[in-house]
Design a protein around this ligand. Structure first.
Ligand SMILES: C[S@@+](CC[C@H](N)C(=O)[O-])C[C@H]1O[C@@H](n2cnc3c(N)ncnc32)[C@H](O)[C@@H]1O
Length: 222
């Protein structure tokens, strides 16, 4: 008999190793959480204070990131109740003192006031694998909110695939087509568009870091 929880959208999400588990495990996060945490430890080596993660998904990056950045408080967020449940379960399981209770944040809302109230000015906003699997207005909400929520010198760090004018990776072009077939509002974002959006909010591209599997980490400074 099929597990009813597996069919209940309020309790499960497809794409995880066990869709009904409390602590969700995304195969992609098993592969990239280590390199991402290493990149963050290097970029934010001199930082202490609050880091907000947008679209934290299962919570695997929150665990790896909180471990890699012991002087920062890692605040995971997601709009999805199934993901929030998974993040809470990972938090309880790992017992990391610097991993905060997750916040329910939809990036298209004006979320910066909520983080300011709970945590004050942020030192970093991190977001992995969200802006290509969401309408462009989600990218706009992340960047606009980060510009408001970050303190002076704070960083916005975006991780994922991007399209670059010169030498776009064939795998990213194919991924872009597949995303747009699923939803015309989705798509791998041109790097130039993301940099222009950030500039509108006075966030400057500080570093472009090549990551495994044709992904990039983009570091913007306020
Ligand atoms: C592909 S998953 C990536 C999860 C995680 N960051 C990772 O890399 O494993 C995309 C995430 O974006 C979240 N998301 C979708 N729309 C969003 C929005 N409007 N605001 C914030 N997060 C959103 C989803 O709930 C999901 O957790």
């Amino acid at each position: 008999m099929t597990d009813p929880a597996a069919q209940d959208p309020a309790r499960s999400r497809p794409g995880y190793e066990d869709e009904t588990a409390e602590r969700l495990v995304a195969p992609a996060a098993l592969r990239n959480a280590g390199p991402i945490a290493g990149m963050l430890a290097e970029v934010l080596a001199d930082e202490a204070g609050p880091l907000l993660e947008i679209g934290a998904g299962s919570g695997q990056h929150a665990v790896a990131g909180a471990r890699a950045l012991p002087r920062m408080t890692w605040i995971p967020s997601d709009p999805d109740p199934v993901h929030l449940r998974s993040i809470r379960a990972w938090r309880t399981h790992e017992g990391l003192a610097n991993l905060a209770e997750p916040m329910r944040i939809d990036a298209t809302d004006d979320w910066s006031a909520a983080t300011a109230l709970t945590h004050g000015p942020l030192r970093a906003v991190f977001c992995a694998n969200v802006i290509h699997i969401a309408p462009w207005r989600v990218a706009e909400g992340i960047v606009a909110g980060a510009a408001r929520a970050l303190g002076e010198g704070g960083r916005l760090i975006l991780y994922g695939p991007f399209l670059e004018t010169a030498g776009a990776a064939p795998s990213n072009l194919a991924f872009d087509r597949a995303l747009q077939e699923r939803d015309p509002e989705w798509g791998v974002r041109p790097l130039a568009d993301v940099v222009a959006l950030a500039a509108l909010h006075r966030l400057t591209l500080e570093r472009r870091i090549e990551m495994p599997a044709n992904n990039l980490a983009l570091v913007f400074a306020r």
